[in-house]
Design a protein around this ligand. Sequence first.
Ligand SMILES: CCCCCCc1ccc(S(N)(=O)=O)cc1
Ligand SMILES: [Zn+2]
Length: 268
Amino acid sequence: RRCNLLACSSKYVLSQIHPMWQEPLAIPGGDRQSPIDIAVRKSVFDSELKPLVYDYDPQTCQQIWNNGYSFLVEYDDTTDKSTLKGGPLQDTFRLCQFHFHWGESNAWGSEHTVDRRLFPAELHLVHWNADRYSLFEEAVMEDNGLAVIGVFLKVGKRHEGLQKLVDALPAIRHKDSVVEFTRFDPACLLPANTDDYWTYHGSLTTPPLTESVSWMVMKQHIEVSHDQLAVFRSLLFTSAEEDVQRSMVNNFRVQQSLCSRTVRSSFS
Ligand SMILES: CCCCCCc1ccc(S(N)(=O)=O)cc1
Ligand SMILES: [Zn+2]
């Protein structure tokens, strides 16, 4: 489908005259936005793609908090203790956090889709390029700054590893609440097969929507129980002080044009 040139052209606007510099700002209406639909038959097998190499230290797990959009499990990323490399990546990336996106019903909730198939939820493991940058905040703004692993969730049997996280959610019901959360191994949330994935260049799916992400979407999903997902939906977008409380559901972005991008697969 020819994408609408207007939607795809990376529109540049001259920034207002800044006292220090004047540079064109690539605005988020760019040509490599996320999420997208992964049309399997249009993806291209790339035999150069290597298996992902992840090495996570559960001791680097620090806290879990509600940021008013999702809940984040944050890791100490001041050393190379929890890293991702391999796959399409040239550098070593450090895990900084993981979070989820989900719907109000099991019929939808994921950000990416596979041949338009929706999943009830999607996990994102967020890493930044520690070979080239010294802080996550820096890497967020750069072309090859971030690497995010996407894993689809399906409703089925209870996920034992997820339960520790589910049990912590009532303590962070409201926006800006945070509790200590330690010794959680994020590898337990990855599917058995991490060799089969689709990869493409995209963006953050929430502000600042910067086009700095190498996406790796796993072909194999994980299973969680209906009750575990229901606890996700018991979270609130709103802080304790607000009069009207709103359930944290449907926290996914609308899908974006693929434009001139190609999705590559690590499997044929
Ligand atoms: C300078 C602060 C920037 C915080 C941006 C945090 C963020 C990380 C990952 C994703 S996602 N859903 O694309 O994985 C969205 C946003
Ligand atoms: Zn996300």
